[in-house]
Structures are given as structure tokens and as C-alpha cells.
Design a protein. Sequence first.
Length: 213
Amino acid sequence: MDLPPLSQEQLSLILSSAATPSKLYDTLSQYEGQVLLLADSNGDPELLSLFYSFFLFSHLLIEELSEARMLTKRIPQNLVANNSLLQNCTILLRAVWQKSHDHIYRYLRGLPWPEPLQPLVQRYEAYFQNKTLEELSYTYEAIRPETAASYLGLDSVAAQQGNSDIIQKFTDCGWKWDGEAKLLHPKPIALAHGPDDRQVKGLREVMALLGKS
């Protein structure tokens, strides 16, 4: 069956109708051939940059980082050279690849993301926080609050000072707080079966518990 022509409205429909990140990725994958033809015919650069941005975030949400890096090689370089959105996506991908938590949160929250892309930016932040919380829970028996806060994009200075609101964000997740030693004791979290499950949990629970700094 022929795909509907790509447009900003179609991208929004794809995003709203995709039940999981994997389904979003699969649907967008089908459009890459059409997008390459649009690029070859000097199609709308705003539409092209939005598609590639959507597609790159879908890679991030299913942990296909190597594939995401390959995607950046397939994007027409003349499009990237003149497009701040695609440049921002590349900067974010580099930070994710390098596991630079501080930069990841800084880019997600501070770079100018266009309105159509905002839902994916927010979904990825929720997913990344949740995944990081799981990793911390299985890596540490005890961790300083400022270190935990920095991993999750919270205020590490306030955490170091024992800010009760930040400490409560962790205890609400089941962690224990040793006020005398000034240490948090993570509670292991049952790993989900895949990125889609973690995404649902992240959107529903962890963002509500951790919030944003």
C-alpha cells in the first residue's frame, strides 16, 4: 500500500498514532526512501529536517545508537550544513553516545526544539531518566545525593545541601536515605522487558516522582 505523502501534518499523525517507540521507528523507516527523493528534488528543508529529527529521536527511544549514527551519515550534508535543528540533533546524539548525562539534560532542556518535536523531546527525557534510575539502582549500594541528582538532571548543589524535596524524590522511588552518613541507598528496580516497557513506565511514574530541576 502506498504511503500518504509526507507533510508536517502527517508527521504529527504518525507520532500521535504510534503506540510504542518501536512502531514509531518502523513507520518512519518506511518514509526514508520518499524523503531521499524529496531531498534530491530540493524539497522543503523544514519538512526534511523535521522528518530526520523525528527519525533520530525514534532511534534514541529504542536504543539504536549505532543506527542513529549511520542515519546522520545518510542525511544530505548540504541540508545539515544549513540547518540548526539537525545540528542540534547531532550534538545531542554525540552526548548520548558518550553517556554525558549533564550535557544530555542541558541539550534536551536548553536547545531550541520546534513545537512539533517537543513531544518526542519530552518522551526521550522521561525515558532517559527512567533508564538511568534503573542503572543506578543496580550499580550502587550507596550513592551521594548530589551524584544521583546529577545523573537524573536534578539540582546537584541543592542535593548536596540535603534539600528535602530532592531527597524525597528518591525516597518516593523506594530508595532509603541515611541522614547521618548523607547517603542514598538505591532500591533495585525490576528491569523491564524492553525499551517500550521502560518508556511507558517512565512517562507514567518516574517523571511524576523525579520531576525536572
